[in-house]
Design a protein around this ligand. Sequence first.
Ligand code: NAD
Ligand code: TYD
Length: 327
Amino acid sequence: MKLLVCGGAGFIGSAFVRVRLGAGDEIVVLDKLTYAGRRENLQDLEIDFVHGAIEDPDAVARAVEGCDAVVNFAAETHVDRSIAEPDAFVKTHSQGTYVLLEAVRERGIRYVQVSTDEVYGSIEEGSFTESSPLAPSSPYSATKAGADLLVAGYVHTYGLEACICRGSNNYGPRQYPEKLIPLMILNALHGDPLPVYGDGMNVRNWIYVDDFARGIGTVLEHGVPGEAYNVGGPDEAPNIEVVKRIIELAGADESLIEYITDRPGHDRRYSLASDKVKALGWEAAERFADGIGRTVEWYRDNAWWWEPIRSGDYRAYYERHYGRSLG
Ligand code: NAD
Ligand code: TYD
């Protein structure tokens, strides 16, 4: 199969590209290369690369030429940035998804929209199923939910062969260090303070990135058009437990923990029931207890990957957001 992977230079998209190259697919990546998109993530992989935005119909037309299916990872992905500057979230998720849907409609090819558990909002107990109502709480999740609804509208109106795949919080190699796990790993390795929002008791459901990538492949191959599939990880934990485990693995000290002002509108807990994708044959392979160790090791061994980030524009972002500089 020849696949167009939009946002394939990011964290999950590049893991998906690796999985699919391993399965024998031919890959074209379309990526705007925002701060989070990096050619390094696709280093040494045999792919075609188109530098462009999903909201640009010409770039999309060039990239989709000859492809049998499109998988869309392209997104702005950080909740805190969506609170500070929602503009790009609206553009990429709304206009970008629309342009891609038009391109696949014109060509009659299959489409998978990569989405998130955050579209369902927060849940204190139990888990969301695919028929739970969408109740997003941040500009990030609201614009992701809007994109999901646009996909559903295209399926209903035009009979598009499209599925939606909603993942829980991913972790693993090549995640930009604005997100909880890589941020805490790099700060712990450098002896920088570990900024925990609120009481540290917000709960996330963690999935190893390769498991999510395989789940998306399962939906691409076996998903029923028009259906959404939850792809959740096998373990959940309050943030403070995750941070303490990282401290242990990095050989740092708990005195680095600093409780800071909570994120506005901070969702308390996410949880997904993933029975529907399991019925298609998918199962998570990595437990958090093992995956987090491998992830800390990867960051320890791959300073070449994060050094340019940590010494570049990221420092200004960090200062703006946390009100202090990195060591
Ligand atoms: P990421 O921020 O690491 O990468 C996003 C990629 O999209 C980057 O390569 C960026 O350059 C590219 N991009 C952004 N805007 C673009 C545009 N307008 N046109 C073309 N390319 C553009 O993100 P990620 O963590 O790999 O997330 C990928 C997808 O998975 C997103 O749709 C996200 O909502 C979803 N998701 C992420 C998580 C998670 O925990 N990270 C969980 C569930 C779902
Ligand atoms: P994040 O990685 O931003 O993912 P999301 O908000 O999309 O789930 O954050 C994961 C959790 O960690 C979330 O509850 C917010 C919290 N968090 C902190 O406590 N400190 C931080 O510096 C960051 C970035 C996140």
